[in-house]
Design a protein around this ligand. Structure first.
Ligand code: HXC
Length: 273
C-alpha cells in the first residue's frame, strides 16, 4: 500500500479543491512519513510549503516529490542542514521561507527522534536527545514562527502521540517528551488565542506504512496488529492527512487546545503493540 497521497485526495476526497490557496506552511520533519503526508495534503489543496530537515538529500528529494503534486516545481521549498534544537537555525529557516513565499500561515512542528530502548540502557544523553528534538524542537519551531503567525493569525499543529496516556515500555524518553508537547500546546492555545493563533496537537496511533510501525514487527503489521484496534484496522496516512486538513481548515476555526487522536480507538483499551 502506498503511504503517499495522489490527486485522488482532491478529486475523490472530502475537501474542496483550492481550500488552502494563498496559504504557506512551515513544516519540520516534512521528509518523514507522517509530516510528509500532512504536507502533501496541504499542497494538494493549494498551499505552498517549506520543509525543514537535517538531511539534505532526504529533504530535497521529499520536496521534489511533494511539489510534483502541486501547481509548480517550486511550490515546496527544502531547507536542509537545520536542527530543530538550534534556535538560530530555526530563525534562519523562517527567514528563508518568508523570503521565498512572503508569509507563514500554518506550522507543523513534527520533527521527532525515536528508538526503542529499555530504561536501564537509556543514557542521560539519549533521554536528553529525544526530549530536545521533540519538545525543545517544538518550542523552537513555534517561537521562531511566532512573529509571522501574529501577522497571519495562523495556526500551529504539534505532532504528539498516545504513549503517555497509559505508559508504554521502552518509550520513557518519547512518552515524557510527548506529554510535554501536549502541555506546551495547551498553554500556547490559551495564551495566543487572543492574538487569533490556534494551537492543536495531532496524536497518531499505529499508521500503516510508517517507519514507526515497521520497526515494531518483521511480520505484516496489518495482520499482526490490525485486529487489536477497536476499528479493526491500522490507520492510513490518508487518515492523518484528513485530520490535518480539518485542523487547519476554516471548519476548525473554533478549535484550539485540543489533541486530535487518530488511532482507531486504540489508546482506550490501554494496551500497546
Ligand atoms: C539506546 C540510543 C539509541 C538506541 C541512540 N542512542 N540510539 N540509546 N538505544 N537505539 C543514544 C546514543 O548512544 C547517544 O547517547 C544519544 O542517544 C544521542 O545519540 P546521537 O546519535 O548522538 O544523537 P542525534 O544525532 O541527535 O540523533 C538523535 C536520535 C536519532 C533520536 C538518537 O535516532 C535520530 O536522529 N532520529 C531521527 C529519526 C527518527 O528517529 N525518526 C523517528 C520518528 S518517530 P550517548 O550516551 O551514547 O551519548 C517514529 C515513531 C516510532 O518513528 C515508534 C516506535 C515505537
Amino acid at each position: 500500500m502506498s503511504n503517499t497521497l495522489s490527486r485522488d485526495f482532491v478529486e475523490k476526497g472530502a475537501w474542496k479543491e483550492g481550500l488552502f490557496e494563498g496559504k504557506v506552511a512551515f513544516v519540520t520533519g516534512g521528509a518523514g512519513t507522517i509530516c510528509r503526508v500532512q504536507t502533501e495534503a496541504l499542497v494538494l489543496l493549494g498551499c505552498k510549503a517549506a520543509i525543514v530537515g537535517r538531511n539534505k538529500t532526504k529533504t530535497e528529494q521529499a520536496a521534489r516529490e511533494i511539489a510534483a503534486l502541486g501547481p509548480s516545481a517550486d511550490c515546496v521549498l527544502p531547507i536542509s542542514n537545520v536542527d530543530v534544537r538550534d534556535m538560530g537555525q530555526m530563525e534562519d529557516a523562517v527567514r528563508q521561507t518568508v523570503e521565498k513565499f512572503g508569509r507563514i500561515d500554518f506550522v507543523i512542528a513534527g520533527a521527532a527522534g525515536n528508538f526503542v530502548a529499555p530504561f536501564h540502557s537509556l543514557s542521560a544523553n539519549a533521554f536528553k536527545s529525544v526530549v530536545s528534538i521533540d519538545l525543545l524542537g517544538s518550542f523552537n519551531t513555534a517561537k521562531a514562527c511566532f512573529p509571522e503567525l501574529v501577522k497571519t493569525k495562523g495556526a500551529i499543529l504539534f505532532v504528539s502521540a498516545t504513549f503517555h496516556y497509559y505508559g508504554v515500555p521502552y518509550q520513557s524518553h518519547v512518552g515524557a517528551a510527548k506529554a510535554g508537547i501536549d502541555a506546551l500546546s495547551n498553554s500556547l492555545a490559551v495564551e495566543l488565542g487572543v492574538l487569533g493563533i490556534r494551537c492543536n496537537c495531532l496524536a497518531p496511533g499505529a499508521i500503516a506504512g510508517t517507519e514507526g510501525i515497521s520497526r515494531l514487527s518483521q511480520e505484516d503489521p496489518e495482520k499482526a496488529y490490525g485486529k487489536r484496534v477497536p476499528l479493526q484496522r491500522l490507520g492510513t496516512t490518508t487518515d492523518i492527512a484528513n485530520s490535518t486538513v480539518f485542523l487547519f481548515s476554516p471548519a476548525a476555526s473554533y478549535v484550539t487546545g485540543t489533541v486530535q487522536v487518530v488511532d482507531g480507538g486504540m489508546w482506550h483499551i490501554g494496551t500497546h503493540f
